[in-house]
Design a protein around this ligand. Structure first.
Ligand code: ADP
Length: 270
């Protein structure tokens, strides 16, 4: 249990009596602490690659390097700059989402088309991630007829696409080559429809699960960094899903794998 913070104020009356006013400021202080944490995290995420970048620039300026060494240094500098760019892009996406009105049910996208784009993206990413390894990922998507039978889903197509793709790309990024990623869609009896991505990756310990959608929260820092992660992906996913009336559930078993599932209410399909 967290301590409760009460702000107390004595309001004087002209006749010498005083009124004791008290207010629970727990939520206010928590919001303030979260904002401070966030600013500190952003600064850190930007400062780290910047420090490395400045180090490389100084080296290039002061050391006589061979053309090969110069090329190698420039490659590493470009990597750091890209990392900063990704963080800034994700931050802008988050703030844009926060500032934009809730999408109405005016735009509809065929589930099958949505999944086709996700699949194309996933195959590209898998090829990129497993380039140097002999065994690619096994990628399982539902058959096209099943997806066509689901009809159309309401929402901002680009947002839905990026949220579902993000869950699939996380499964790929955290699952070693040769692992299996299974994407499924199923209808519940109440008409709700559930999208899920299951992987055979390392799994996530239970204490981390509730925190995964926090900004910059990472379980495996080095894996996140190696695969170009910003730590903002799931924060963005959660936001997009909330805007679309959908919820995110995460189940996982260490050493076995994880399942990320998204439940859309019945009225979101037609
Ligand atoms: P990142 O850019 O670090 O991947 P995310 O917000 O997408 O950031 O994910 C937060 C963290 O959740 C990741 O750093 C990783 O530790 C964990 N995670 C996400 N998806 C998976 C998965 N499929 N398997 C294992 N861990 C995962």
């Amino acid at each position: 249990s967290r301590p409760v913070r009460i702000s107390v104020h004595l309001h004087p009356y002209g006749d010498g009596r005083k009124l004791l006013l008290s207010r629970d400021v727990t939520a206010l202080e928590q919001a303030d602490a979260m904002r401070r944490d966030f600013v500190a995290n952003v600064s850190h995420e930007i400062r780290t690659p910047l420090t490395v970048l400045i180090g490389f620039i100084e080296t290039l300026q002061t050391l006589p390097l061979s053309p090969q060494e110069r090329t190698r240094y420039l490659g590493m500098m470009s990597q750091q700059a890209s990392r900063m760019q990704s963080v800034v892009q994700d931050l802008l996406t988050l703030s844009r989402l926060e500032g934009s009105p809730l999408p109405g049910m005016t735009e509809w996208t065929p589930v099958q088309a949505l999944m086709q784009r996700c699949e194309d993206e996933a195959r590209g990413l898998s090829a990129l991630l497993t380039q140097s390894q002999a065994r690619p990922h096994v990628l399982e998507f539902p058959p096209a007829e099943q997806l066509r039978a689901l009809g159309e889903i309401a929402g901002v197509p680009t947002e839905l696409q990026s949220a579902l793709s993000n869950l699939i790309s996380n499964a790929l990024r955290y699952t070693p080559a040769g692992g299996t990623i299974t994407v499924a869609w199923e209808r519940a009896h109440d008409g709700a429809v559930r999208f899920s991505v299951r992987d055979t990756g390392p799994g996530i310990a239970p204490e981390h699960i509730p925190r995964l959608t926090e900004r910059f929260y990472r379980v495996d820092r080095s894996r996140s960094r190696e695969t170009g992660g910003t730590g903002l992906g799931l924060a963005i996913v959660k936001h997009v899903l909330q805007r679309h009336g959908a919820s995110l559930d995460i189940t996982s078993e260490l050493g076995k794998g994880s399942t990320f599932s998204v439940t859309f209410p019945a009225n979101r399909l037609r």
